[in-house]
Design a protein around this ligand. Structure first.
Ligand code: EPU
Length: 419
């Protein structure tokens, strides 16, 4: 198993380029299942979750080839509609194949994903939507079995909560249903807009993606397409915090600042300077950040996927900051690891109070999930001495070449293999 060795204390300087979005690539690659033929998806990051997606599509009979950041997915040859436990358990987004397989072939059998480190993460909203469209759903032996005796039909689906995956799943299913589907209380994340743009390019008729009401007019079939995935807003946000926490000066290329408004306001409140010039975002960190409070919310609120990284920043802020996590019930696992750096954090329910300290001290720490791992790397960048982050396979799920990009900005960070 690999680990990262970080020698803290360098102010990051220079330019970094953001990769394609993991969380947009996953559903977009899965959407390729809807069209018999070869779709070409570009700007797909090289990550473990993408490799899992390629394996999953391959296990269904699709032919998947990678050439650099481009995936060619030929879904003409699908020969099974079953997604097995060993693939679904390693990546929850695998469950998104259920609707597209059902819509195209009339049946699908997909393992239930189970819980995960950051919370229970049920899929009741996904199943409620499929049932509303006429699918018969049975849960048997840990699998969801879905059958559509006739073509799925458009319906009004009112989500009980804002769900990114649920909204994406219903989009990918309703495109081939008969008549109009209306998704109410839909999630508004930019990744949903990217998926809808891709589906529309394949011939779907979707309006309103990015708002809480989405109208989908079903069509008889979709065509393969060539589509370029949007930049990863969470990777971009993580580099913004890296610049901020090290008091650095970093130019970030290929990011869409408009996707990160909530984060930018909070960074600016903390004293970070952010300027956007000709598509390059310059981030200058203050000598010491000011404490600010955050509450995670569905988009356009503060992203839960940036909570851990922002907490690392608040660990060295001047003052006390209150951080409340409102999306996942168990997303504070980085706290006990941040405490190993000497951070002063107390948790009560879904709220963490972080009293900023002047200095963190490097320590051996363990990654527990993707964004928690990123927060440990950020803390390591500013801590005295040496930090060792182990179990970084979590990081490899979601950050493309993280240590190479950070080294390019002057950080002292290297990957070593643990015996
Ligand atoms: N939820 C339900 N029932 C459902 C669906 C969701 O109760 O049927 C709950 C979840 O348990 C959670 C909340 O609703 O408490 C929001 O979940 P959502 O469905 O929005 O999340 P997701 O689609 O499973 C995606 C991202 C996550 C990101 C969340 C929230 C992907 C592949 N994953 O997950 O990304 O945190 O939206 O923005 O797009 C990450 O990249 O590190 C990551 C975890």
């Amino acid at each position: 198993m690999d680990k990262l060795i970080i020698k803290g204390g360098t102010r990051l300087k220079g330019s970094v380029t953001i990769s394609g979005s993991k969380n947009a690539s996953l559903p977009i690659c899965i959407a390729a299942l809807l069209a018999p033929g070869a779709s070409t998806i570009s700007n797909v990051p090289e990550l473990r979750d993408i490799t899992t997606t390629a394996k999953l599509l391959g296990s269904l009979g699709a032919v998947v080839e990678r050439n650099g950041s481009t995936l060619r997915i030929d879904a003409k040859t699908i020969n099974t509609v079953e997604a097995t436990y060993d693939l679904v358990k390693t990546m929850r987004a695998s469950v998104l194949v259920l609707g597209p397989l059902l819509a195209r072939f009339g049946r699908a059998r997909v393992s239930l994903p189970g819980g995960c480190a950051i919370g229970a993460r049920p899929i009741d909203q996904h199943l409620k939507g499929l049932k509303a469209m006429g699918a018969e759903i049975r849960l048997e032996h840990g699998y969801v079995e879905a059958i559509a005796k006739k073509q799925l039909k458009g319906e009004r689906i009112n989500f009980d909560i804002s769900t990114v995956g649920g909204t994406e799943h219903m989009l990918m299913t309703a495109v081939l249903a008969k008549g109009e589907t209306i998704l109410e209380n839909a999630a508004r994340e930019p990744e949903i807009v990217d998926l809808a743009d891709c589906l529309n390019q394949m011939g779907a008729k979707i309006e309103g993606a990015g708002t809480d009401t989405i109208h989908i007019q079903g069509v008889n079939g979709l065509l393969p397409t060539a589509y370029e995935v949007m930049p990863d807003r969470i990777e971009a946000g993580t580099f913004m915090v890296a610049a901020a926490i090290t008091g650095g000066n970093v130019n970030i290329n290929s990011m869409r600042l408009e996707h990160l408004d909530a984060l930018c306001f909070k960074l600016q409140d903390a004293g970070v300077e952010i300027t956007n010039k000709d598509g390059v975002v310059q981030v200058k960190g203050p000598r010491r950040p000011q404490a600010v409070n955050i509450r995670t919310r569905p988009y356009p609120g503060f992203p839960t996927d940036m909570q851990a990284q922002f907490m690392a920043l608040m660990c060295v802020a001047d003052g006390a900051s209150v951080i409340s996590e409102n999306i996942f019930e168990n997303r504070f696992m980085h706290v006990s690891e941040l405490q190993r750096f000497g951070a002063d954090i107390t948790i009560e329910g879904k709220t963490a109070t972080v009293k900023g300290v002047k200095k963190l001290s490097g320590a051996p720490v363990m990654a527990t999930d993707l964004r928690a791992s990123a927060s440990l790397v950020l803390a390591g960048l500013v801590a005295d001495n040496i930090t060792e982050v182990s179990r970084i396979y979590h990081l490899d799920r979601g950050y493309e070449h993280l240590e190479t990009k950070l080294s390019g900005l002057g950080a002292s960070i290297e990957r070593v293999q643990e015996p």
